[in-house]
Write a protein that binds this ligand. Structure first.
Ligand code: ADP
Ligand code: ZN
Length: 736
């Protein structure tokens, strides 16, 4: 039945796979438009939603339609391209539309705050306040105290800081404001001041010049280009040249980098070279800072946005170019909630915006290489280092029959000696923190299991604890075996802590620096450790994957991969791809300056095809073989997958839910979709919960999506779903 009021069709974050209809607020001053947020009654609470469309009629009878409480935005907050993106996210990742739209917003907007380019609220002294000594305020000790605080901080104190140190600050500060002694203002949230003039660019190498030429040609309309360049080949310089051109045309640029790659060095490099302020978006920002950057980009006040995964959703007033650096990096995949892949979303966004996108990597993902193979993506190659340095020589060290000292073979130790003596630095890569992965009782052979996971606990010597790396559980190191009372507990295997101990013993205390999550937890610790490494004070760097990318250590001449073998036995489809990428990335840390580098991989499997191919033909050879293997096995990127995960404290509940889900899927599955499972997750119990999974596999992406579109809303309403936590992962990167 037609209604005089337009109907607002609203996306509201909730587990329900639908939108909700409302009438505009009674006042009618702001009727609500597509892309604006509205506050609406929802169950017993109120929620912030986005208007998806306005309609003339609803399926609900008029008397059941509720009115929105308020329209928050007079104008659409989301531009049309993000409206389309939100719908695409919901449809592709099979999430409730409200959840997909919520992902587009910074927290404060999700909570209904205004979208302004304003920084943190803060307080500072007025001129009168500066001249007033705190002790002259009589009979109001709180005011005197806060006045003293402001005296100590002439530039002002944010409300967030005040809140953490002085509870109840508001009333006394309001009183000081009324007396004209203090004012509240907003901290500037964008980089300020006159812009530096753009810095000089190095003369491009022939390869760079060719790449820049090709890419500049392609700087109009939608197209995807892979920049495949060995570490140190000057990819970043190529991006900068391209960004310059886009900015020169008055366009905005959005560049995504992996979490670990967003270093102060990179930010400074981009800023200096382009001479313009950048908005940097990463997980450590305050909600207010994030909102500010988001709004500034939306209004076109800032031209360069540099950010990690979720920055892919930043609105752009004048979009011109998207870049995804290290496109193979795992941190682009969101691992909970809306499980999107930021690289894939970036490509889709570029196509919706009809602008070019550049993906860069020294070790491209097989998905991207496949797209190059089929001609959907273009490619430019940088095969040599820009500085003229040569790529490190790669060798395998067969450690069979060798005596190992904390996992290090004699020949590797000799090489370390050599390089140190010639003034080089050494990087040892071991992707396992702690002292040893196993603590074994010499009397009964018992091991320390995590009580909450199907996993052994790692021995951490420094803190004298046993820790579970899967659930974070921790307990003090027992002095005796809890099973038999035996007093001799043996540390089996090595982690970075043990490596550090052995190398310190051999080379001296100040020679070694260990960089892993345990040594860098404290704020500022990572920078401190990196400084010790870069300054050359530390001669030997030990690190986990934290060291494998994003950081430059010009003095390193030898990279040692302590243990490649554990990766070779992994069951996961993508494990070998990750191992190859990791090895090549770590090796790329060597010999970045004038000195030639060397890289050595210790292995018990010197004839393993993966290692042989990497050695003889590099990453390209590996990728070529891996794509053939994937094609023959009918695995991604030659097939599409979706993964249902379910977990519960109660054993059996996840399996029961997935059985029920399977029944729904079977009824609705298209012909070419196979359903595998339910099967237990590779680690069946984790953090006290039992876990099962169900995999959909097909060579027809279209059929996969048809199946899911029909089934997921029904699965969400299964009775069995109430006893579990479950999720759906479309294009999963890990099958557990
Ligand atoms: P990538 O991003 O491929 O690892 P970078 O752009 O960081 O490479 O360049 C690696 C190093 O080479 C940097 O120190 C950079 O300053 C330098 N470099 C890049 N291009 C040139 C060039 N054309 N001439 C001289 N040095 C260059
Ligand atoms: Zn655990």
């Amino acid at each position: 039945m037609p209604n005089a009021d337009p109907i607002l069709r609203v996306a509201i974050p909730s587990p329900l796979y639908r939108s909700f209809d409302y009438l505009p607020p009674a006042d009618r001053a702001t009727p609500g438009t597509v892309g604006a947020r509205v506050l609406v009654p929802f169950g017993r609470t109120q929620k912030v939603g986005v208007v998806l469309e306005t309609a003339s009629s609803s399926e609900l009878p008029p008397e059941r339609l509720k009115r929105a409480v308020t329209v928050i935005d007079r104008e659409p907050l989301l531009p049309p391209d993000l409206m389309r993106l939100g719908r695409w996210l919901a449809d592709y990742y099979k999430q409730p539309v409200g959840e997909a739209f919520a992902a587009l917003f910074p927290t404060l907007l999700r909570q209904g705050q205004a979208a302004t380019v304003r920084g943190e609220p803060m307080w500072r002294l007025t001129e009168a306040g500066r001249r007033t000594r705190p002790e002259t305020i009589k009979g109001a000790s709180r005011q005197a105290q806060l006045l003293a605080v402001l005296h100590q901080q002439p530039k002002g104190v944010t409300q967030a800081q005040l809140g953490s140190t002085h509870s109840g600050w508001r009333a006394p500060l309001d009183a000081l404001a009324r007396k004209g002694l203090a004012v509240r203002e907003y901290k500037p949230c964008l980089p300020e001041g006159p812009l530096a003039s753009p810095g000089p660019a190095p003369e491009p190498t022939d390869e760079q010049a060719r790449a820049i030429g090709t890419l500049r040609e392609r700087l109009k309309g939608f197209n995807v280009t892979l920049v495949e360049g060995v570490t140190g080949s000057g990819k970043t310089e190529v991006y900068l040249a391209l960004m310059e051109k886009a900015l020169g045309a008055g366009r905005q640029v959005l560049m995504l980098v992996p979490e670990i790659g967003l270093t102060p060095q990179l930010i400074e490099r981009v800023q200096k070279r382009l001479g313009r302020p950048i908005a940097v978006l990463h997980s450590a920002l305050t909600d207010r800072e994030r909102l500010c950057a988001w709004s500034a980009a939306r209004e076109g006040q800032i031209e360069i946005v540099l950010g990690t995964r979720s920055a892919v959703f930043t609105p752009l007033a004048r979009p011109g170019l998207l870049l995804v650096d290290e496109e193979h990096d795992g941190s682009y995949k969101q691992q909970d909630g809306l499980r999107y892949h930021a690289r894939d979303v970036a490509v889709l966004r570029a196509s919706q915006l009809d602008i070019p996108i550049v993906l860069g990597s020294a070790t491209p993902s097989l998905e991207t290489l496949r797209n190059v193979e089929t001609g959907r993506y273009g490619r430019v190659v940088l095969s040599e280092r820009a500085t003229g340095a040569s790529m490190p020589r790669l060798g395998l060290l067969d450690v069979r029959h060798q005596r190992l000292e904390a996992g290090l073979s004699g020949p590797l130790l000799t090489h370390i000696d050599d390089h140190l003596q010639r003034g080089g630095q050494v990087l040892l890569f071991l992707n396992r923190r702690g002292y040893s992965p196993v603590l074994l009782c010499h009397d009964c052979g018992g091991t320390a299991h995590c009580p909450r996971c199907d996993a052994l606990m790692t021995f951490h010597r420094g803190s004298e604890t046993l820790r579970c790396h899967h659930c974070g559980g921790e307990r003090p190191l027992p002095s005796r075996c809890p099973d038999c009372g035996g007093g001799e507990l043996v540390a089996v295997g090595q982690g970075t802590e043990r490596l550090e101990e052995a190398l310190t013993e051999r080379f001296g205390v100040n020679t070694v620096v260990r960089i892993d999550r345990d040594t860098t937890r404290r704020k500022g610790a990572l920078e401190q450790q990196l400084d010790r490494a870069r300054s050359g004070q530390a001669r030997i760097l030990i690190g986990t994957q934290m060291l494998a990318k994003g950081h430059d250590f010009p003095g390193i001449t030898l990279v040692g991969i302590v243990d490649a073998d554990s990766g070779l036995f992994a069951v996961d489809l993508r494990a070998t791809e990750h191992l190859a990428q990791q090895i090549v990335q770590v090796i790329g840390r060597a010999g970045r300056a004038e000195r030639p580098g060397e890289a050595l991989i210790q292995t018990h499997l010197p004839d393993h095809p993966l290692l042989r191919t990497l050695l003889n033909e590099g990453y390209d050879g590996f990728a070529r073989d891996a794509l053939i293997e994937r094609r023959e096995a009918g695995m991604p990127p030659f097939a599409s997958q979706a993964l249902f995960r379910a977990e519960a404290v109660k054993r059996g509940a996840p399996e029961a839910f997935l059985e029920a889900a399977r029944a729904v899927l079977q009824t609705h599955a298209a012909t070419n979709v196979s359903i595998i499972g339910p099967i237990p997750a590779p680690m069946e119990r984790r953090a006290g919960r039992y876990r099962h999974q169900l995999i959909l596999h097909t060579d027809s992406r279209r059929e996969l999506h048809e199946t899911l579109t029909r089934s997921v809303p029904l699965i969400a309403e299964l009775r069995e779903s109430r006893s579990v936590r479950w999720s759906l992962d479309v294009d999963p990167m890990e099958l557990y």
